[in-house]
Design a protein around this ligand. Structure first.
Ligand SMILES: *Cc1c(COP(=O)(O)O)cnc(C)c1O
Length: 364
């Protein structure tokens, strides 16, 4: 029998979250962002749940090919565009739309031989300073692209740096609107935080929005807001089982470094889940976890293959009891991934992307 750890991907939750995002930006078309293998869920595992999206946005050509092999004939957007000349051949062959964010990508496009001209998304760097042309250089890039026979249609795109925080999007949005004022083409703005927090703001323009994390049931602005407050559902449940129990006396310690010491007698469960499964080693004693759907806490250090959990609130728990590291227990109790991420000093994104290859995935 394989180790009892497994990740479950919930199609109904993906559908629910997608509908929720749509409702927040009812006039926009929605790219479901499925980069990083659908935020660690597996593109094949999320495809059914997200197929009501208007398109799929990702980074890897390999992932674009997988979406096409699943039978998706609608729009696919490469968020970083192409990396070398021959990527453009795949764009022509698979009908991929691609971001153009730098002069080198325009050079490559100008040398590309294609029967079918491409749809491109010209990216503005409106303040993030990652990808894109500055507002000053945007128009000349647009003009250059517009003259290429390889280009059929140009859309305009930018990415917000602070949609989840106090600064907001107004400044970047104003720069973008000003610099693109008389240019034709559809506009794409707004990651999850942008959609949920700002899509309805005055001045926010979005023909296409690009939510990722919200689709996967993590709040983009946690802890300011939780998934319950945004009405989002977990799409990944990482579950394992108790594989041993120990009865501790006062003064007994747990795990490497003896970082947890019992101040009262206590029963603990040893769970088949460790950092080699992608569970963060940084989670301290007290990180929330569900045993048989009852909330309790971890004890001591996370080791490679195991963690210990406090069975005090879980009288009935024993060998084989279900343990939910994050997501939904089979009894329906939810432990948001955001709470575990917070304990580890990171964000839900990183945890879901980091579930390791030795964990089996099941569609649920
Ligand atoms: C990853 C990404 C998104 C999605 O961001 P979330 O915060 O996960 O919603 C949107 N746009 C671009 C350009 C991205 O790289």
């Amino acid at each position: 029998m394989p180790r009892p750890i497994q990740a479950f991907v919930h199609a109904d939750a993906l559908r629910h979250n997608l509908a929720r995002v749509r409702a927040a930006a009812p006039d926009a078309r929605v790219w479901a962002v499925v980069k990083a293998n659908a935020y660690g869920h597996g593109i094949e595992n999320v495809f059914e749940g997200l197929r009501a999206a208007d398109g799929f946005a990702l980074l890897d050509l390999d992932e674009a090919q997988r979406i096409r092999s699943l039978g998706w004939r609608g729009p696919v957007l490469l968020l970083e565009g192409v990396f070398e000349m021959r990527d453009l051949e795949l764009c022509s062959r698979l009908d991929l739309w691609h971001t153009v964010h730098c002069d080198e990508q325009i050079d490559m496009l100008s040398r590309h031989k294609t029967q079918v001209p491409h749809r491109v998304f010209l990216k503005m760097n409106s303040g993030m300073n990652r990808l894109g042309f500055t507002p000053l250089r945007f128009r000349s890039a647009w003009t250059r692209l517009n003259q290429l026979p390889q280009v059929e249609e140009i859309s305009l795109v930018t990415h917000f740096s602070d949609a989840d925080g106090a600064k907001g999007v107004a400044e970047q949005m104003a720069l973008f609107n000003q610099a693109t004022e008389d240019l034709p083409g559809e506009r794409s703005t707004c990651n999850s935080a942008g959609v949920l927090r700002h899509a309805a703001d005055v001045g926010v323009v979005a023909d296409w929005v690009r939510p990722g994390i919200a689709l996967y049931g993590s709040a983009p602005d946690f802890p300011e807001r939780t998934i319950a407050q945004w009405d989002l559902q977990p799409t990944m449940s990482l579950r394992s089982r108790v594989i041993a129990t120990q009865d501790l006396q006062v003064g007994d310690t747990v795990g490497y470094g003896s970082t947890f010491k019992a101040e009262a007698p206590l029963r603990l469960g040893v769970v088949a889940c460790g950092y080699a499964d992608g569970y963060p080693r940084h989670c301290p004693t007290g990180t929330p976890v569900l045993v048989d759907g009852v909330r309790t806490r971890t004890l001591g250090r996370v080791s490679m293959d195991m963690i210990a959990v406090d069975l005090t609130p879980c009288d009935q728990a024993s060998f084989g009891s279900e343990v939910t590291l994050w997501g939904k227990a089979t009894n329906g109790t939810v432990l948001p991934i955001d709470e575990v991420a917070q304990a580890a000093g990171t964000v839900g994104y990183e945890l879901m992307c980091a579930v390791s290859g030795r964990v089996g995935f099941t569609q649920d």
